[in-house]
Design a binder for this molecule. Structure first.
Ligand code: FEO
Length: 395
């Protein structure tokens, strides 16, 4: 085993990269791919932690065989049943009929439901441990991080947490496995995007999960996606804590739709005025161009949100409505929010956005700025009041 793959003596990385899939869950872009991480513990007993996406089963099985070096596989620990990690369970069982599947009752019911396997299983509960010889695994239930069956496994002898989706990020592993072996710069924004897209609805369960591990000595966190965190573990833990508390940096997202550039010009004008008032973090997204995945990432990063829409078919422009729906699903607490829009013969979009905001308990902090037909600077007169109201709420 290379020292890259065996990043701790007796703990070997056997995951795979996916550089083919364009949309994770059929929804979220993967411009830099994604890794499906899996780990093999070699002790008197051997234990595999999670599996990999079904498109990569053959590569994954080959990695396991190489890492086992002829040993039998005693346990497969299933921390999470989403098929990006569970789809190779049946293949592992076929290759290693001796293996015992280890997980909680909810996950084992899903193993049967997805893969028809219900024999040779070991059910574990909160606080149970499994001895592997010199090492052991302690299991803690962490429901809704990211599915209800989710649990995490901790090896106290090595001080390593196998955390499932928590602390994971988009982006394949380009050679290195741990943060010691790579430049991690490109992963930070991808961690926020992954969190906001995949786990963002579950801030409270993430907080409960973090609380369970508070005070636990950690030498490494091994998530199911992205790098193994060692040296930069404090930064990752802090980022996760902040994201799950929905804490944001001072900054503004301006997200708009525009058919012919009029609403867009007001978005540009608002961005200039925020910049003129000293705001340095401003993210402007044309929702016909920016994938909602990136807009959600920035909404999780920056404190204020301003949304603009032309009136379309008597309502909100569809890409804007789609963003509002995604925001509404994520249980985000109130934040400085304002809206603007344009129309040709009857204006309803800005009013409907304001009504949406009231519905999700994000009261608009300024009257919607709406204008008729072509944009000119005179029609932006209401923008100053909007900017000042947003800034007042950001303090
Ligand atoms: Fe990476 Fe929720 O699966």
């Amino acid at each position: 085993m290379s020292s890259i793959t065996e990043f701790v003596p007796g703990i070997r990385y056997v995951g795979v990269n996916d550089r083919t899939k364009s949309l994770f869950e059929g929804l979220w872009p993967l411009p830099q791919g994604v890794s499906y991480n899996s780990y093999l513990i070699i002790d008197r007993k051997t234990a595999l932690i999670d599996t990999a996406d079904g498109a990569f089963t053959d590569r994954f099985l080959a990695n396991i065989e190489q890492a086992l070096e002829g040993r039998r596989l005693d346990y497969l620990v299933i921390n999470h049943m989403e098929p990006d990690h569970s789809a190779s369970i049946a293949a592992v069982r076929r290759s290693h009929p001796e293996v015992t599947l280890v997980s909680n009752a909810k996950a084992l019911a899903m193993v049967e439901g997805y893969y028809g396997i219900c024999d040779a299983v070991l059910e574990v509960k909160e606080g149970d441990t499994l001895s592997l010889g010199e090492r052991s695994l302690l299991f803690r239930m962490t429901p809704m991080v990211h599915w209800p069956e989710t649990m995490m496994s901790y090896c106290p002898e090595e001080k390593i947490l196998f955390s499932g989706d928590a602390f994971g990020c988009f982006g394949a592993l380009d050679g290195g496995i741990t943060d010691r072996d790579m430049d991690t710069d490109r992963y930070w924004d991808e961690m926020v995007r992954y969190y906001s897209n995949i786990v963002g609805k579950y801030g409270s369960p993430v907080q409960k999960a973090l609380e369970k591990w508070k005070g636990t000595e950690l030498r490494a966190i091994c998530p199911t996606h992205g790098p193994v965190w060692t040296e930069q573990l404090p930064r990752v833990a802090e980022l996760y804590d902040r994201m799950s508390r929905y804490e944001c940096e001072p900054g503004v997202v301006i997200a708009y739709g525009s058919m012919y550039g009029n609403t867009e010009q007001m978005a540009e004008e608002l961005a200039r005025r925020f910049a003129a008032r000293g705001i340095r973090r401003i993210a402007v997204h044309n929702l016909s161009v920016s994938h909602v995945s990136y807009v959600l990432r920035d909404i999780f990063k920056y404190r204020a949100l301003v949304v603009g829409s032309p009136t379309y078919n008597g309502g909100i422009y569809p890409p804007v409505a789609a963003l509002l729906e995604q925001i509404g699903e994520r249980n985000l607490p109130p934040r400085p929010f304002a809206c603007f829009g344009s129309f040709t013969w009857a204006g309803t979009a800005a009013r409907r956005i304001a009504a949406w905001a009231e519905g999700v308990k994000w009261p608009v902090c300024a009257a919607p700025v709406e204008f008729r037909q072509g944009y000119d600077r005179a029609k932006a007169a209401g923008c100053d009041a909007l900017v000042e109201a947003v800034l007042a709420q950001m303090e």
